[in-house]
Design a protein around this ligand. Structure first.
Ligand code: GLU
Length: 297
């Protein structure tokens, strides 16, 4: 088996919160236990959604928690050419098409009905690019390390956008191209992306890229029963090591790693030195409905 290469890939739409800490910490522990490479990729493909300073705050937060990444930080904003090459290839394969339809036009349908598949409905209007989910790999199956066997028909999920009308690259294409170019063979991330994986698998298959292994993590919910997110104003993580200590312990507890209580206030390096050899994803119950309640967060 090739050497482990994992990553943490935050979108800098704001500072990290406990929900994103779970993904950062679990992917870090998984890579470190395997003595693998753990890269950091800033997914800044959507500048209007990324306030100035958010990326820098994320780097400081990761440092404060002792989550030191390997190698230089990768920035999606510098990767236009790679995404354009991949899109051109998909178009040549007949697996990507331009689409002028607006969300408003198909609002009565659960997914985009594919009206532009055989030619642009309104050629003079700006157009996005979509994936022919009906022509790619179907069904898509994989064995999630936590959620077990997965089976999806991407055509039921719809023709996902690969490039937006405003010219910005969409997450699905960027993540697949970057994971492949960075040699990522282990993806550890939140379960909110479980049903994005079928499109990513279709894209990997179409572009002849290797398939990473996947471990999707249960989501952290706030007291209100909603997924923690920047949108619902989950509190930002601290940027100093002493403040990070109790939160790191809390995150290990949320991940069912049962860290010793004596470590609750210990320096982050000490907590991580315990957590790496003890990392056991099997402790996370494989229940898609499971929610990690962030009572202390
Ligand atoms: N950038 C994505 C996010 O912040 C995660 C991408 C991934 O891990 O595949 O939700």
């Amino acid at each position: 088996m090739s050497a482990y290469r994992g990553r943490f890939a935050p979108t800098p739409s704001g500072p990290l919160h406990v929900g994103s800490l779970i993904a950062a910490l679990a992917s870090f522990l998984d890579a470190r236990l395997a003595r693998g490479h753990w890269g950091l990729r800033i997914e800044d493909v959507d500048p209007p959604r990324c306030p100035p300073g958010a990326s820098d705050a994320i780097l400081r937060q990761l440092e404060a928690f002792g989550l030191h990444w390997d190698g230089p930080v990768a920035w999606q904003s510098a990767r236009d050419d790679a995404y354009a090459t991949a899109l051109a290839r998909l178009e040549a394969l007949g697996l990507a098409y331009p689409c002028s339809c607006s969300r408003k036009q198909w609002r009565d349908y659960p997914i985009y009905p594919g009206w532009c598949r055989d030619g642009l409905c309104e050629p003079d209007k700006p157009h996005a690019w979509r994936l022919r989910s009906d022509l790619g790999l179907r069904p898509v199956r994989w064995e999630d390390r936590l959620f077990g066997p997965q089976r999806f028909d991407p055509a039921e999920l719809g023709d996902v956008v690969l490039k937006r009308k405003d010219g910005l690259w969409a997450y699905q294409l960027a993540v697949v191209v970057d994971d492949a170019d960075q040699g990522i063979n282990e993806v550890v991330r939140g379960a909110d992306l479980l049903d994005n994986t079928p499109w990513q698998r279709q894209l990997q298959h179409a572009l002849g890229l290797p398939e990473p292994r996947y471990l999707h993590l249960p989501l952290v919910m706030g007291d209100d029963g909603q997924k923690l997110s920047k949108q619902n104003l989950a509190p930002a993580l601290p940027e100093t090591e002493p403040e990070a200590r109790p939160l790191l312990h809390h995150a290990l507890t949320l991940l069912d790693q049962a860290p010793p209580v004596e470590l609750a206030e210990a320096p982050v390096a000490e907590q991580l030195a315990w957590a790496i050899p003890h990392w056991s994803p099997a402790r996370l119950r494989a229940d898609p409905e499971r929610r990690l309640t962030d009572a202390a967060g």
